[in-house]
Design a protein around this ligand. Structure first.
Ligand code: AP5
Ligand code: MG
Length: 217
C-alpha cells in the first residue's frame, strides 16, 4: 500500500509512523528524518538543509524531490511505502505523481491528522526523540519509562534543534498553513483522503488509522 501521512508539524505523524510500520511492514520514508541524518553525517546536503530547518523554512523543492525520487526507487519500496512529511508543496505533490506514474504506481491513501494549533506548540516544545529508532516521546504527554532513554532501543533521547525556539515552531506552523494545507484539497479531489482526529490519545489515533487501512482496530 502506498500511503502518505499528512498533518501540521507536531500532529503526531512520526509517532503514528512507527506503529503503522509495525502493523503493515512498509518502509517509513520521512524527509525530515532523511535531512536530520544528513545533518548528523555532516554531508554538504545536510549542511545546506540545516539552514532552512533551523529557520523553520522548507528545504528547496529541487533537493527534496530528488532525495524522495531516489528513495522510492529502492527495492524495499516496491511493495509499498509510508511517506511522512512529503509532499509539502504543490510542486512536490505534482512531482510525486510523476515519480509514481513512472514506477507504474499511485497514491492509495492519504491520512490527514488534524490537531488545533495551540496544542501543536505544546507538543513540539516538549518533544524528545530517539535518533536511533525514531521513536517519539513527550516530556509530559508521553514520557519514556527511564528519563532520557529510549524505551524501545535504549539509545539516549534528544531534543530536535528546530523545537527549541518557540519562534521557529510558530514559523513552521505558518509555512504549513501557506504551503502544505492546500494539498488537503488536492488529495480530497483525488478521492484518497481520510481525516483523522489527532487530538485523541496515541492509541485511539492509531485505532482510527487502522480502520482507514482496512484492518481490525
Ligand atoms: P519534519 O521532520 O517532517 O517535521 P514536521 O512536519 O514539522 O513534523 P514533526 O516531525 O515536527 O511532527 P510530527 O507530526 O511527526 O509529530 P510527532 O509524532 O513527532 O520536518 C522538519 C523540517 O525538515 C521542516 O521544517 C523542513 O525544513 C524540512 N523538511 C522536511 N520535509 C520537507 C519537505 N517535504 N520539503 C521541504 N522541507 C522539508 O509528535 C509531536 C509531539 O507530540 C511528540 O512529543 C509526541 O510525543 C506528542 N504526541 C504525538 N501524538 C500525540 C497524542 N495523540 N497525544 C499527545 N501527544 C502526542
Ligand atoms: Mg515527524
Amino acid at each position: 500500500m502506498n500511503i502518505i501521512l499528512m498533518g501540521p508539524p507536531g500532529a503526531g505523524k512520526g509517532t503514528q509512523a512507527v506503529l503503522i510500520v509495525e502493523e503493515t511492514g512498509v518502509p517509513h520514508v520521512s524527509t525530515g528524518d532523511m535531512f536530520r541524518e544528513a545533518v548528523a553525517n555532516g554531508t554538504p546536503m545536510g549542511m545546506e538543509a540545516k539552514k532552512y530547518m533551523d529557520a523553520g523554512q522548507l528545504v528547496p523543492d529541487e533537493v527534496t524531490i530528488g532525495i524522495v525520487a531516489e528513495r522510492l526507487a529502492q527495492a524495499d519500496c516496491a511493495r509499498g511505502f509510508l511517506l511522512d512529511g512529503f509532499p509539502r508543496t504543490q510542486r512536490q505533490a505534482e512531482a510525486l505523481d510523476r515519480i509514481l506514474h513512472d514506477l507504474g504506481r499511485k497514491v492509495d491513501l492519504v491520512l490527514n491528522i488534524e490537531v488545533p494549533t495551540e496544542v501543536l506548540v505544546q507538543r513540539m516544545t516538549g518533544r524528545i526523540t530517539c535518533p536511533n529508532c525514531k521513536s517519539v516521546y513527550h516530556l509530559v504527554f508521553q514520557p519514556p519509562q527511564q528519563q532520557g532513554v529510549c524505551d524501545r532501543c535504549g539509545h539516549a533521547l534528544q531534543q530536535r534543534s528546530d523545537d527549541t525556539a518557540v519562534e521557529t515552531v510558530r514559523k513552521r506552523l505558518e509555512v504549513y498553513e501557506a504551503e502544505t494545507s492546500p494539498l488537503v484539497d488536492y488529495y480530497g479531489r483525488q478521492g484518497v483522503l481520510v481525516t483523522i482526529d489527532g487530538q485523541q490519545g496515541r492509541d485511539q489515533v492509531f485505532s482510527a488509522i487502522k480502520a482507514a487501512l482496512g484492518r481490525n482496530a
